[in-house]
Design a binder for this molecule. Structure first.
Ligand SMILES: [Fe+2]
Length: 287
């Protein structure tokens, strides 16, 4: 029988977890054990700190539900989500870069037509965001579904409104035969990540800015192309250089042009001043 000591416990735990039948799982678990043990040794983790961490993880699970993903938020603010995105989406430089999914995507958004309004009369400056979906060579991609979501003018997502049970500021638009798409919404504002949970509790003990610059989220899952999860940010927005989830890339910052009342890109017109933003999504073929 081998007695457990502070010196051999890491090797023993690694040996046990190396028995995982799936070789990749064995690789992941043995590396996790080594790094966790190294971490505990490096900081000389106390029992009180260990318990505080366990309780923090418990609270993070307890506050999560089908609409709130506190563990994703944890990964986002630690920079892990963006690191994983960067490692797994080394796209052609011509392709639209990928970013984090974030914790607020909801499945099953309603399908809207070209230029239809996803803001349902919510307050804010109308924003028409339009362009073309193409492949790397500029060939239009018709039938691409753009799954879109954003915060309201108080910086809150649908899942943060306990009283909202219908789709709010989220929709799916489909590119036309010539690859063009056009969505109508209200200009998003920058917002704070939720500070009423375990992540906020930690952040508030640091100098970290808990804000995100104004943005709209996009998910394009088009057969034959690499799935694209990304954001578009408003040029000149606050917090572009301190995004708490590390999501900003220069290629994803778009200009909002102020327009007077009059014709809009969908062929309609606006009675009030509105913003026009243009962005062409470039998809990378799969494989
Ligand atoms: Fe967001």
């Amino acid at each position: 029988m081998q007695l457990v000591t502070e010196d051999n416990i890491t090797d023993l735990a690694v040996q046990r977890w190396a028995t995982a039948e799936d070789p990749r799982l064995a690789e992941l678990m043995t590396a996790l054990v080594r790094h966790l043990h190294d971490f505990a040794r490096e900081v000389r983790l106390t029992e009180a700190e260990w318990m505080a961490a366990i309780q923090w993880l418990n609270r993070t699970g307890q506050i999560s539900n089908e609409k709130r993903e506190e563990f994703i938020l944890t990964s986002d603010v630690l920079g892990l989500s963006m690191l994983v995105v960067q490692m797994n989406h080394a796209l052609d430089p011509r392709a639209t870069p990928a970013t984090v999914l974030g914790p607020f995507h909801i499945e099953g958004s309603p399908q809207l037509g070209y230029g239809e309004d996803m803001s349902q009369g919510l307050p804010g400056t109308p924003l028409y965001l339009h362009g073309v979906v193409t492949d790397l060579d500029g060939t239009p991609v018709p039938g691409a579904v753009l799954d879109i979501w954003q915060a309201d003018n108080e910086g809150l997502y649908e899942s943060q409104h306990a009283d909202v049970d219908e789709a709010r500021l989220r929709a799916k638009y489909t590119s036309r035969e010539d690859g063009t798409y056009c969505l109508r919404t209200v200009a998003p504002l920058g917002y704070t990540i939720p500070m009423d949970g375990p992540v906020g509790e930690l952040i508030s003990r640091t100098e970290i800015s808990h804000f995100r610059p104004a943005h709209v989220h996009f998910l394009l899952n088009v057969p034959g192309y690499e799935p694209l999860i990304t954001h578009l940010f408003q040029e000149g927005a606050d917090y572009l250089d301190s995004d708490v989830v590390f999501g900003v890339k220069a290629e994803l910052v778009v200009r909002y042009d102020q327009r007077e009342p009059g014709p809009t890109p969908d062929g309609g017109s606006s009675d009030v001043p509105w913003f026009e933003a243009r962005y062409d999504f470039v998809l990378q073929p799969q494989g």
